[in-house]
Design a protein around this ligand. Structure first.
Ligand code: ZN
Length: 350
């Protein structure tokens, strides 16, 4: 099945410093120039003036500058400010309530025009630096899609809204209300931008860059061909649970992370719960909590087993208590792995 809550170390954007600098020799801008460029770039975006934005780049940098400028105008807000010897850019997409931010390096020519603007090596990739994007939203859910995938955006937005509305019907006392983290999506971006250096059998996961960042669901339809609408809805519901509970920050083991996301999805979709029930093994000494390797291999039976482990824990200790342990795995009184295993076996077909 390949669902994963991850916060993998992300490689830098493709738009990192070139090995060979274009002529003339670039230099880092001084503080005054950096401040002026930040002000002028921000003003050009505010005035929706793509030509003025690109004119701040040297001729050698204009192709890249036009992509950045075009994308900046697609975002709801794009504001640059000088930050030491870097440019700090804050962005908002559509109905996004929080801000994204990126710290960029730049080089200028002798006339103070931008030769190159890009992310620093080792930083998180910046989607709008070097790929044409489309931004659409269905308040409060927003989606950044590669331009080539824009036609699917309305389908994913409607599905995300549907998943979000279903999740608001549940009790989320330990976590913030789901409407605040309702499935911002990134659709079909290159593997290096979604956080994996090469293609991998992961169709969807939640990216959480830092505690100030909104979680974002990343979906790669290319890895999940032929999804039905029902499967799309299950997928986004599962991932929205990760986003809502900020599960990539948990210290809890993988079976608990995946188990909660899948068990909540089962709660909302009885047909899925019935399909999972048919896959469960009978209780025996040989059945235990899924390992991280089991989960990485994926497949419905593993996720069904993880979901049943959560259901068994809730049967034994109560839903609210299990939520508190998931949110704080070091909390006093949390059951041992053996006790969770015992609760799982009690919840399996006898
Ligand atoms: Zn998951």
């Amino acid at each position: 099945m390949g669902l994963l809550a991850g916060c993998a170390a992300l490689p830098g954007s493709q738009n990192t410093a070139p090995q060979a600098w274009p002529s003339p020799t670039p230099r880092a801008p001084d503080a005054d120039l950096l401040q002026r460029l930040a002000t002028d770039l921000t003003a050009a975006v505010r005035d929706h003036d793509a030509d003025r934005f690109v004119a701040l780049f040297a001729p050698q940098g204009r192709a890249a500058g036009s992509v950045i400028g075009r994308n900046a105008l697609h975002l709801a807000a794009w504001q640059a400010e000088a930050d030491a010897d870097h440019l700090r850019v804050r962005t908002q997409a559509g109905a996004q309530t929080g801000w994204g931010s990126a710290t960029l390096a730049l080089a200028v020519d002798p006339e103070g025009r931008i030769l190159w603007l890009g992310s620093r090596p080792g930083d998180h990739p910046v989607v709008w630096l070097d790929h044409l994007i489309d931004v659409s939203h269905d308040d409060p859910i927003w989606l950044i899609a590669a331009a080539s995938q824009a036609s699917m955006a309305p389908v994913w937005l409607r599905t995300a809204r549907d998943a979000s509305e279903r999740l608001t019907t549940l009790d989320w006392s330990v976590w913030r209300p789901p409407s605040e983290v309702a499935a911002p999506l990134t659709l079909e971006l290159p593997a290096d931008l979604v956080g994996f250096g090469e293609p991998i059998d992961v169709g969807a996961y939640v990216r959480l860059r830092g505690t100030d960042d909104e979680p974002r669901i990343v979906v790669s339809p290319a890895d999940r061909p032929g999804l039905t609408q029902e499967e799309r809805l299950h997928l986004l519901t599962h991932e929205a649970v990760h986003a809502l509970t900020r599960s990539p920050e948990w210290a809890a083991p993988g079976w608990a992370v995946e188990g909660l996301a899948e068990q909540v999805t089962e709660q909302l979709f009885p047909d899925l719960a019935a399909a999972h029930a048919a896959l469960l093994p009978r209780a025996s000494e040989g059945v235990g909590l899924p390992s991280d390797a089991d989960l990485a291999a994926g497949g419905l039976p593993v996720y069904a087993l993880a979901a049943r482990a959560i259901a068994g824990a809730q049967d034994r200790w109560g839903s609210a208590q299990v939520q508190r342990w998931l949110a704080d795995w070091q909390a006093p009184g949390r059951p041992s792995e053996a006790e969770f295993t015992d609760a799982l076996r009690a919840a399996l077909p006898q």
